[in-house]
Ligand binder design. Structure first.
Ligand SMILES: Nc1ncnc2c1ncn2[C@@H]1O[C@H](COP(=O)(O)OP(=O)(O)OP(=O)(O)O)[C@@H](O)[C@H]1O
Ligand SMILES: [Mg+2]
Length: 241
């Protein structure tokens, strides 16, 4: 993996002439895990799509990119808010889709290993429509974890999971994505309190950093410091418009 750059964005977005967000500025530190929280509709997914070069309907006025000045093309993996699984491919084929699209060798062993680690070892030959919502979300997570990219964009990646699976998937992702630049959109204050080395709140006014606890991530979910930070984040979210 090439070294993980910081991400920067400064500007405003309109879609079809309607103002979506901005002007605002965003700084995502290199090689760290950043959580982005904010009310529904404020533009979090739109931001991720811009960094993933999927903002074709989005009119962006300003500058954005990687701190090293090198194009982000080919350096980003996005786990979108909807799972985007191919219904005609089985789970293993969905997880190795990136390699197949690039025409490179399919890393089948690694795929089986990651599928086992997301708890889907017995589901590799099933089609997505034979899975539960939480299982489908873990297939999409596995596909993202397979992509050996320095920049990882996660859009509510654990939202469909039960609490204990969510905690396990948070731990796994923190382990496998350590050292990468991760921008993780979540509505869950508890999740941001566990995972956020940097935590950013997005409102219609802009993006504000919140000071996070010094403990390394993933922070223990039941530590007093984590719980206090979770409470503080929820309080701040309650105050946003
Ligand atoms: N293709 C589109 N055409 C028109 N408007 C759009 C389009 N995509 C997004 N929007 C609008 O842009 C705004 C931001 O959407 P976005 O999906 O980025 O929000 P979000 O912060 O991710 O919300 P959520 O937390 O609900 O996922 C919304 O008001 C949405 O209606
Ligand atoms: Mg969204």
């Amino acid at each position: 993996m090439s070294s993980a750059p910081a991400l920067q964005l400064a500007g405003r977005v309109t879609i079809g002439g309607t103002a979506i967000f901005g002007p605002l500025s965003l700084e995502v530190p290199a090689g760290r895990w950043t959580c982005l929280l904010g009310p529904s509709g404020v533009g979090k997914s739109t931001l991720l799509r811009l960094f993933a070069s999927l903002g074709d309907k989005v009119d962006f006025e300003g500058t954005f990119g990687a701190s090293d000045g090198v194009s982000l093309a080919g350096r980003v993996a996005l786990m979108a808010q909807s799972d985007l699984l191919m219904p005609w491919l089985d789970v293993t084929a969905n997880v190795t889709l990136g390699a197949r699209l690039r025409g490179t060798q399919q890393p089948r062993e690694r795929a089986l290993d990651i599928l086992a680690r997301v708890g889907l070892a017995d589901h590799g030959t099933k089609r997505p429509d034979a899975l539960s919502g939480g299982q489908r979300q873990r297939v999409a997570l596995a596909r993202t974890l397979m992509e050996d990219r320095p920049v990882i964009l996660l859009d509510e990646p654990f939202s469909a999971l039960d609490a204990q699976t969510r905690a396990r998937m948070q731990d796994l992702s923190a382990e496998l994505l350590a050292g990468r630049t991760v921008l993780h959109v979540t509505h869950d204050a508890a999740e941001a309190a566990r995972l956020g080395e940097t935590v950013l709140l997005m409102t219609r006014e802009g993006i504000t950093p919140v000071e996070s606890p010094p403990a390394s991530v993933p922070r223990p979910y039941d530590a007093a410091e984590t719980l206090a930070f979770q409470g503080q984040l929820l309080r701040q979210l309650m105050e946003t418009v």
